[in-house]
Structures are given as C-alpha cells and as structure tokens.
Design a binder for this molecule. Sequence first.
Ligand SMILES: Nc1ncnc2c1ncn2[C@@H]1O[C@H](COP(=O)(O)OP(=O)(O)OP(=O)(O)O)[C@@H](O)[C@H]1O
Ligand SMILES: [Mg+2]
Length: 273
Amino acid sequence: MTMENGFIQHALHAQEQDSTQESIKVQVKNLNLFYGEKQALNSINMDIYTKKITALIGPSGCGKSTFLRCINRMNDLVQSCLVEGYIGVDGHDIYDKEIDVVAVRKRVGMVFQQPNPFPKSIYENIAYAPIMHDIVKKGKECDELVERALRGANLWDEVKDKLKDPGTALSGGQQQRLCIARAIAVEPDVILMDEPTSALDPISTEKIENLMLDLKKNYTIIIVTHNMQQAARIADYTAFFHMGNLIEYSDAKTLFVNPKEKKTEDYITGRFG
Ligand SMILES: Nc1ncnc2c1ncn2[C@@H]1O[C@H](COP(=O)(O)OP(=O)(O)OP(=O)(O)O)[C@@H](O)[C@H]1O
Ligand SMILES: [Mg+2]
C-alpha cells in the first residue's frame, strides 16, 4: 500500500457510510460539451444525491470545472461553448429554453477556488443577493438573514463586531467562509465548490471541511478537489474523470478502496496525475 493510499484508507475509516435509498437532486444524461471544435465532456451520465457530498477528482484538464459549471449554467458565459444533453435539478431541465437562468443560479450556488468577496462590506456581501432576489427587505429582516448566513458558515463570531468592514480585509480562509455565507444566503439547494480550499492553509482548510460536513445536513454539495485525502475525508460519493470521460463513479469508499477500473486505481495510487 502506498503512503497516499494509507492516508486515504485512514480518512475513510473515520467516515460513516450509509446505504439507505438516496434521492436524486441532480440528474445528468448524455451530457456533451464542446469549446469550439474541441469536445471537453463526452456523454456524461451521473445521478447526484440529495444532501450528500459528491467529489469530482481527476488530472488537470480532465473537465472537472467544465462539468461543475454546467450544473448552474456558468458555461453560458463562455462564447465558444456548446452544451448538449440533459441536466435536471429536482426533475427540472435547467437547459430548457423557458427556464430563467437567474433562478437556476439562485438554486445552484457556486464557490470558487480564489475567495472572491465583492469590494463591499461584510454585511453587503451577504445582503446584496437576497435583497436583489426579494428574499428579504432591508432592515431587521435582512440583519437576521445576514446573521443566519454568517452563523451557517461558522464565521459570525469572528466578524459580528465588524460587519461594516470590507470583506476583502478578512484572511483568506475567512473570505472563503464569507463566500460560502454569501452562497447560502439565497437558500440554494445545491452548492458547487471548485477547489475551495486549494488557496488556503491547513487550519482554514480543516474549518471549511468541517463546515461542508455541517452544510450537507441542508444542502447537496458538489466539490472539485485535487486533494484525494480531502475527498476521502468528506465525500460520500466520488467521481473520477479522465480526458472528458467519467471513468468511474461510486460511493467514496468503493472508489478509493476497491476501484473497478484500472485507470482509477492508477490515478488514486499516484501512478499519474
Ligand atoms: N473557456 C474555455 N475555452 C476553451 N477551452 C476550455 C475553456 N475552459 C476549459 N477548456 C478546456 O477544456 C478542458 C477541461 O478543462 P477544465 O478547466 O474543465 O479542467 P479541470 O479538470 O477543471 O482542470 P484543473 O484541474 O486544471 O482545474 C481542457 O482541455 C481545457 O483546456
Ligand atoms: Mg478546474
């Protein structure tokens, strides 16, 4: 057993697995994606389960971020990008011509690799979208929502006395929790996270991992990570991508301990990557 694999097994051991019937939150069928002539995703089929953490792993350039961005139609913003196939959230086709893209992005929030608070106060970072979406009115109702979101992101105690300070004045780890608070403030169903801890130190990373384990009580979380120990520590399900193909997808334990595909095994044991 390699050292890497030893760590992964240890992390998995600490995590309880349940095998009860899962409900599907996001259903992906025959998803193809092209950047101009170049196909970046090949016929992806995947059921993503409600209130679970699903990790997407694979070597650089395999299509993890591209796939993640499909789930809230962020690829619409890329000119050359063409998406074919079906993605349903709670059975609603998010690529349906009639659908309101703003509403899709409200239900499916996103947190990026680099913390990206708006150049506004901590308070306004949280309050902006809920006011825009008419979820709350300014004043007491909004104050309560800001507090709830900051508590939900385990940040309240650190910022409650400086809500008027700029969000950008926080540490990197705090900024990332602010971005998570901002994402949950609009009460999404699904939170997409693209390498949310790769710019953070180990302590901030641990805080975010613990936060994700808390958040999955209420949200479906899909996370891209290069860190396989992280996937093993927190993910219920893991998908391994390679060159635009979904090679293997299963509960995290099976994928890391007993992968079916040789390519998966080679990747998780560090033979390429
Ligand atoms: N906006 C874009 N325009 C053209 N090609 C793109 C664009 N974004 C990504 N690609 C290409 O699509 C493929 C998948 O890229 P993607 O960013 O999804 O990979 P990734 O798995 O997230 O990689 P990494 O681990 O490095 O973040 C790559 O070949 C990449 O060059
Ligand atoms: Mg990426």
